[in-house]
Write a protein of this length. Sequence first.
Lengths: 111, 110
Amino acid sequence: LAKTTQPISMDSYEGQEVNITCSHNNIATNDYITWYQQFPSQGPRFIIQGYKTKVTNEVASLFIPADRKSSTLSLPRVSLSDTAVYYCLVGDTRAGNMLTFGGGTRLMVKP
Amino acid sequence: DAGITQSPRYKITETGRQVTLMCHQTWSHSYMFWYRQDLGHGLRLIYYSAAADITDKGEVPDGYVVSRSKTENFPLTLESATRSQTSVYFCASKSVNEQFFGPGTRLTVL
């Protein structure tokens, strides 16, 4: 299983763009990069998934360099409601292989 | 309603007792998972199932038993609960590339 490393915590202010970087040096050819968001007392929720280059949806963007050894989740213009823990997962999700969540990044958005 | 549900939402039990946590999903997803999340930490995979009657161990399976006789149900049993199993337990099912999580069961073992 590819091991991921991400910052334990980050602080930001409302309206700012937040970038959370995840390192995954031993990512395999068939692995995808997936990000989940978890609010207190709730289960994680899927945010975005990508394989290479850039993926964008209505919530976030995911930037993946050519070597795929890292990825960056970008949250545009965060609000207080974006305060949550963000998890980076790497694995062959289409094969159903088990994924490791790790500790995640605790994002605190301040007014 | 479509989705994934867990019961009970809260449970207090005593050391040595058997406890079963229920998980039900309405999508007919093949894959289902059980995770535990200790206070202030990430999720750790206990067991997962690729289909009915197919289960496999995750990172922390000791002290837990699972079964999956029907696609939609994936119960988790603590055969003899210990205090170290006090945690929040999340069940999930998986579509092609996304896991959907239940609301969680908060279990306290006294």
